[in-house]
Ligand binder design. Structure first.
Ligand SMILES: [Zn+2]
Length: 304
C-alpha cells in the first residue's frame, strides 16, 4: 500500500524525544511520503531541516493565523505599523527559505482562525492575502487552515485574490458550504481524523461530496488522532483509520483510496517535478560541459 500523509507536524515539540523512532515506525506502516508542515517562521525552518534529513519528507513554510504577530497593549496606529513591519520581515525570511530549499512544496499553513483568535481578524486576513501573493510569486500551491471563518475564507479566495497554483484545505472542516465553494474553485480537500469521530454527524455526506480526484488524506500529527486512537498522540501510522473510513463510504478498498490520494498529493505538490534540479545545478552542469570542451579545444589547438 502506498500512503501519502499530506500534513503532519514532526517539527512539533511533542516529537522531540522520539522523532527518529516515530518516523521509522511510520515508514514501516506503509507511509511512503509525508509533508511536514510549518506554521511559523521557526517551525518552518525546523520542517525544512527534517525534510533535508529524510528522504520522502517534504516541507511547507508559512505563518498560520494563530502565529501572526500580536500587539495586545498597543494603540491602533502603532499596532498597524508594527504588524505590517514584522509580518513583512517574516515573509521575507520565508521567501529566502523557499528559494534555498527545494523540499518546500507549498506555502502553508496559512488562513483564518476565528475559533482561537477573534480579536485580530483584520491582521489575519492581511497575513493570509500577503502569503497567497508570496505563493503566487514563488509558483507554489497553498495549504489553507480555516476554522470558524468559512465566509471570510471563501470571500478572500473568490473575490480578493487569485490563487495561481491551486491549494489544499488541510484538515478540512466538515462544512458542506465551504467544501462546495472550495471544489468550485478547484481546491483539494484533505481529510483528517475528525471524519472517523463518532460525533461527526455529516462525515459520510461530506466524503460523498468530494470527488476522488480532489481528495487527500492527512493526520495533522501530533493532533487529532482518529478513532480508535482518539486522545493519544497522533502519528502518520494512524492515517489508515482515516483511509478506511473513506473506503467504507466510497465502497472501495483501502488500497485504492491510499493510491488515489497518494497520486493526488504527488500532483498538487508537484513532487517529481520540483524536487532536485535548481537553476544553480543547471548552470553548474553547463559550466562544467563548456569547461571540458574548451580544454579539449585548447589541447587540439596546441597540437596544430
Ligand atoms: Zn497543521
Amino acid at each position: 500500500m502506498q500512503i501519502f500523509d499530506s500534513h503532519a507536524h514532526y517539527n512539533d515539540e511533542k516529537f522531540e524525544m522520539d522523532r527518529e523512532e516515530t518516523i521509522k515506525k511510520v515508514y514501516e506502516a506503509g507511509v511512503k511520503k509525508l509533508i511536514c508542515a510549518g506554521y511559523s517562521l521557526d517551525s518552518s525552518i525546523e520542517a525544512v531541516k527534517i525534510a533535508n534529513e529524510h528522504d520522502n519528507i517534504y516541507a511547507t513554510a508559512g505563518i498560520s493565523p494563530n502565529d501572526i504577530p500580536v500587539f495586545e497593549n498597543e494603540n491602533v496606529d502603532v499596532k498597524d505599523f508594527f504588524f505590517e513591519d514584522i509580518m513583512n520581515e517574516q515573509l521575507k525570511k520565508i521567501k529566502q527559505l523557499v528559494e534555498k530549499n527545494h523540499q518546500i512544496v507549498a506555502i502553508g499553513e496559512i488562513g483564518l482562525d476565528y475559533y482561537w483568535n477573534k480579536e485580530n481578524k483584520k491582521e489575519q486576513k492581511l497575513a493570509f492575502i500577503n502569503q497567497i501573493k508570496l505563493a503566487n510569486e514563488l509558483d507554489l500551491p497553498i495549504v489553507i487552515h480555516t476554522r470558524e471563518a468559512v465566509m471570510d475564507t471563501i470571500d478572500i479566495l473568490k473575490n480578493q485574490i487569485n490563487v495561481k497554483n491551486n491549494g489544499v484545505f488541510h484538515c478540512c472542516p466538515l462544512n458542506i458550504e465551504l467544501i462546495r465553494e472550495a471544489l468550485k474553485l478547484g481546491f483539494y480537500i484533505s481529510f483528517a481524523g475528525p471524519i472517523t469521530f463518532k460525533n461527526s454527524k455529516n462525515a459520510t455526506e461530506v466524503i460523498n461530496l468530494v470527488p476522488l480526484d480532489k481528495m487527500l488524506v492527512e493526520t495533522d500529527s501530533p493532533y487529532l488522532s482518529p478513532e480508535p486512537k482518539r486522545g493519544t498522540r497522533n502519528d502518520s501510522s494512524n492515517i489508515i483509520y482515516t483511509i478506511q473510513k473513506i473506503a467504507e463510504v466510497k465502497n472501495m478498498s483501502a488500497e485504492e483510496v491510499a493510491q488515489i490520494t497518494y497520486n493526488n498529493a504527488i500532483k498538487i505538490f508537484k513532487i517529481n517535478v520540483n524536487w532536485c534540479i535548481s537553476t544553480d545545478d543547471v548552470l553548474l552542469f553547463l559550466y562544467n560541459k563548456v569547461k571540458s570542451y574548451l580544454a579539449i579545444f585548447l589541447i587540439c589547438w596546441n597540437q596544430l
